[in-house]
Design a binder for this molecule. Structure first.
Ligand code: DC
Length: 217
């Protein structure tokens, strides 16, 4: 039987990344932030002066993705996130990044027995046979407050209203695109984190995974 695969999807700033990292550490699984791949494509394009790329240009950038960009601090910039969401709507870009993600899930690095992947379409497209699928959400207000808190202290930190508007427009683009839109898989467990602490979200997710593990063994 293949390894344990945990797919975590949901809108921006819902707490997917924190949850995924904690689960991977607690269960000794490999972790892939699939959004960072789209961000790396966007960053490569921005650095090449291609702020409004056509699909052929963006797809070529995705095919020759430089993995060193995955550790670049500019990956987290608002401009990078915005362009990532735009190139993520292009089928050619998604196709170029698909095998890499599937390969990570099927052959987790460092001899790990499984993997946690987070993103928008992990449970629906990348790993439709994942052992466990979680769809993590929170209200736009909660997500804007969290993201604003993360950005506080940075130079030129945006206002709360601007962070909220940016999140809402990114959700709309990610949900409305024709290819691999942000939607929960039919068999995903929904986790609304609006009124839950990180500890509570972690405990619920871990319980869901343990139940699934027991069933398959
Ligand atoms: O999770 P994030 O904010 O780092 O993702 C950046 C963008 O990448 C997001 O707006 C949509 C896109 N994305 C995607 O389309 N599919 C994924 N599996 C992950 C991210």
């Amino acid at each position: 039987m293949s390894g344990l695969v945990v797919a975590i999807d949901g809108p921006a700033a819902a707490g997917k990344g924190t949850l995924a990292r904690r689960l991977a550490a607690a269960l000794d699984l490999a972790y892939l932030d699939t959004g960072s791949l789209y961000r790396a494509v966007a960053l490569a394009l921005l650095r090449a002066g291609s702020g409004r790329p056509d699909e052929a240009t963006a797809t070529a950038a995705a095919r020759r993705l430089d993995r060193r960009l995955l550790g670049d601090p500019a990956l987290r910039d608002e401009a990078t996130g915005r362009l990532a969401s735009m190139v993520a709507a292009m089928p050619g870009v998604r196709a170029a990044l698909l095998d890499l993600q599937r390969d990570f899930a099927a052959h987790p690095p460092d001899g790990k027995a499984g993997a946690v992947l987070d993103g928008r379409d992990v449970g629906t497209v990348v790993c439709p046979d994942a052992t466990v699928k979680l769809f993590v959400t929170a209200s736009a207000e909660t997500r804007a407050l969290r993201r604003h808190g993360e950005l506080a202290g940075a130079d030129a930190a945006p206002s709360l209203a601007r962070v909220r508007a940016e999140l809402v427009s990114r959700d709309a683009r990610d949900s409305a695109r024709a290819t691999a839109p942000l939607v929960p898989a039919a068999d995903a467990h929904l986790l609304d984190t609006s009124d839950l602490s990180i500890e509570e979200v972690f405990a619920r997710a871990k319980a869901i995974i343990e139940t699934a593990r027991t069933r398959r063994s």
